[in-house]
Design a protein around this ligand. Sequence first.
Ligand SMILES: *Cc1c(COP(=O)(O)O)cnc(C)c1O
Length: 383
Amino acid sequence: MTDPAPHRAEIVVDLAAIRHNVRVLKDLVSVDRPVRLMTVVKADGYGHGMAEAAAAARAGGADWLGVATIDEALALRGAGDRGPLLCWLSAPGDDFAGAVAADVEVTAYSVAELDEIAAVGGARVQLKVDTGLSRGGAPRDAWAALFAAAVAHEAAGRVRVTGIWSHFAASDEPAHPANDQQEAAFREALALAGQAGLDPEVAHLANSAAALLRPSSHFDLVRCGIASYGLDPAPGASPRVGLRPAMSVRARLVMSKAIAAGDGVSYGHTWHAPEDTTVGVVPAGYGEGVPRAAGNTAAVWVDDSLRPIRGRVCMDQFVVDLHGELPPPGTEVVLFGPGDRGEPTAQDWAEATGTISYEIVTRLGGRLVRRYVDSDATEGTPR
Ligand SMILES: *Cc1c(COP(=O)(O)O)cnc(C)c1O
């Protein structure tokens, strides 16, 4: 991606990278036996654009798509997706009838939620059991009642129970004791469900980190979000499988100028130039989701060099140190990208700002223009 940025500030998403990552993940989990792959496209495809990410994922071989809310699922149907699709975060009164009419599978955490879903008639429903995250899902002492209610609704023809699933608390830390405990608890839940008379089509537990690091947790299906976008779910622990970051964020320099030793930069003068230098103004700020915490910590890529952010990130803009150079207005600034050219990555930004790459990519938006490229098509050969 060496074409000049046509916009003031933009997100560029490489759809070929998403297709590639989905293919890599599917091949990885299906080495010994076929395991189905769900690509998670919630939260606007982790900031990459839900409909576009979904289409790229399907093209890469995703058997399922996953989203949090019914609204997201219906938006995907509106965008033309017709494949298996699960959502998992509902509140009482949500549009379960709309979900059923759109052939979206919904998730029940409790008997009350299952009853509400069953009242619609004809739902394909999955049951979520809490195996130790202590977030959504039926707690252990409620499993038997949930399964019994599901058997009764299924016998009455009100629902079809298509899946049983759970979610890890610490799969990004492969040695964390919660992983073994949760996997054992999940096997107990599946056994209990079988004894109750349920025969779901899919059991699933693994997210991206577990897909990469914990084959014993793959069951029938893995749910991969972050890795589908080419970001590492478990930095320092994941095997290198050749994922390609799909998102780049770029801007065009607004101005560059000289400042003198001792000058304070940006609000509050949290940085003073230790010597004469030059600075550049980058037209993106926390209004675009650039973390304010990046002030004085993160760096961007200008003219083939890392340029540290100086002073605070403002709502619309921030200042970088150009170390004596004066690139003209319009010069490309790469906030982050795949890292191929030496530019920072979303992971670098996460480390600089004390968060995870998930938050870096998902929070970006605001006035940023999102543009799609296909590196397989535009560059001829996959990298
Ligand atoms: C977001 C989410 C995922 C995807 O997690 P990654 O770590 O991004 O792979 C999987 N399952 C559930 C229930 C989720 O909420």
